[in-house]
Write a protein that binds this ligand. Structure first.
Ligand code: FES
Length: 237
């Protein structure tokens, strides 16, 4: 798609091609931006090769400036810096014509506003270098490994925004990738779909069903801050 500011806007993130979440997302994008936008969605579950190929085509065809919207709900700052670095490497001297921002695929109205606000977009020159020892170069400190189901049925039950909130809440209380905290891993179907969204905790081997924001906040506070059991959120056996 194009805007007044950008000759091309591309979107990249997980779950954009297959499954219920993808179906809903693609429908909402088409209604908000027109059906042509569907050709500008790149599902990163399949890797980034197709996205980079499209960026190369845009560079070759002088479709610039270009904006890449990162839709990964768990992306964060390292992901954005990594994307900026990759785009910088692809564009070379034209890196000043490439921009990125992070958006929420579930709120296309806010996404449309974000795209119209270049002051909220980051350029791809002078990208902060990842330090020699950074979060992608070593095992992060953690006490718990939490597996978040991103399978089709949990996603349909609202897992992605709940997992985004979980990450934010853990970070807010200092329990995200800290010595006494949680390391998060996204998974495909963990099988008790009908009780989901499914979240399992290791090494204790607990299985939780988290159905709304209140349950996310309760789990964070009681299980990971107070370190108490939360039997009301445990799945049936
Ligand atoms: S889709 Fe989450 S447990 Fe099956």
């Amino acid at each position: 798609m194009k805007t007044e500011t950008y000759a091309r806007v591309l979107f990249a993130g997980p779950d954009l091609n297959h499954g219920s979440f993808a179906e809903l997302t693609r429908r909402q994008f088409a209604e908000q931006f027109g059906t042509a936008v569907l050709g500008d969605l790149f599902d990163t579950d399949a890797g980034y090769d197709q996205l980079w190929e499209q960026v190369r085509e845009c560079l070759h065809g002088e479709e610039l400036p270009l904006l890449l919207v990162d839709l990964d709900p768990l992306g964060g700052s390292p992901q954005l810096d990594w994307l900026r670095g990759e785009l910088q490497a692809l564009a070379g001297e034209r890196a000043d014509r490439l921009f990125v921002c992070a958006g929420n695929a579930e709120d296309v109205t806010a996404l449309a506003d974000l795209i119209q606000q270049p002051e909220k977009h980051l350029g791809c020159v002078e990208v902060p270098q990842l330090p020699e020892s950074h979060s992608w170069s070593c095992i992060p400190p953690h006490r718990y490994r939490v597996l978040l189901c991103n399978g089709p049925r949990c996603t349909r039950r609202g897992a992605l925004p709940l997992w985004k909130l979980l990450r934010e809440e853990l970070k807010a209380v200092g329990r995200l990738e800290t010595e006494n905290g949680v390391h998060i891993t996204r998974t495909q179907c963990q099988f008790p779909c009908d009780q989901g969204p499914t979240l399992s905790v290791y090494p204790s081997g607990e299985w939780y069903r988290i159905r709304d924001a209140a349950e996310v906040r309760r789990l964070v506070q009681e299980r990971f801050v107070e370190e108490l059991a939360v039997p009301e959120l445990i799945m049936r056996g």
